[in-house]
Design a protein around this ligand. Sequence first.
Ligand code: MTE
Length: 320
Amino acid sequence: MTPTDKPQSPAASPARREFLRQGGLAAAGALVLAGGLTLVSRRPAAARTPALAGAQGLPARVYTGPYDTKEPMSALGDITGYNNYYEFGLDKSDPARNAGTLKTRPWTVQIGGLVRKPQTVDIDTLQSWFPLEDRLYRMRCVEGWSLVIPWMGFPLAALLRRIEPGSGAKYVQFTSLADPAQMPGVQGAVLNWPYTEALRLDEAMNPLTLLAVGLDGKVLPNQNGAPLRLVAPWKYGFKNIKAITHITLTAEQPRTTWSIAAPDEYGFYANVNPAVDHPRWSQASERRIGELSRRPTLPFNGYGEQVAALYSGLDLRRNF
Ligand code: MTE
């Protein structure tokens, strides 16, 4: 990764238009998926602010939960048009242009390893198990830019409780789809495919850690990681793996894509830390996409109150 932070204009791909059309079908507070399943946010319709209703007549989302940032949401065009998703190309505008053809239904997720209830589950079944929550989170990319993103999903902890980690389980590993037929980037050896990531089990159980299936109350756009994507907002964006096909509990710390690619630059923990520079650039500040000047980067991306205790006794310079 390089610190290129020039914003690109969002591409209005056919898939993007189809996504908006799907969104336009949504009834108040509900999200109708391609598979016909309806996702209902746990937030009551009465809590919505009609004055903020979007141009398409969709209900506005409200973000007043304990984990929601008070900062303004980034422009949707930036969130869906300025992406990192190397399976679809290296430029920030490539994912919006190329990911539309990714087939996200049918889609199964294999959950296994050290769990008491291993299973292979269809994505629509998986997301029907949990009430979906709206979460407005900051995202800080290791390259030095950031966004404020309105995710919709369910806590990873809820899934882990359901599948019951075995006694030896210490880590949760995630694997992305790597299908060269659908993902042009996978035809090259840019990274060690499939993209993999992992969290320590206690990080995975933290209430902030989300599995996202939606964005701004609608189906997650392909370029943002449909149909299932990890969100751990106190970590650099590269931990937030997209298009998850496998969730595997392990006893040993799994190897992860970016730490394999450049072990001196990208660690396993990847907690946002303004005090530890990337070997090639400073991490002290960031540029919020859509703004001109830079702002200071906060330890744990501003989520220290919720997560700092996870790392007490750990040297965060060595465990970067
Ligand atoms: N997941 C996969 N499978 N492939 C990727 O290239 N890029 C990561 C992460 N998840 C990536 C991925 C990086 S570097 C970042 S910064 C975030 O996705 C970007 O998420 P966004 O495009 O939704 O903003």
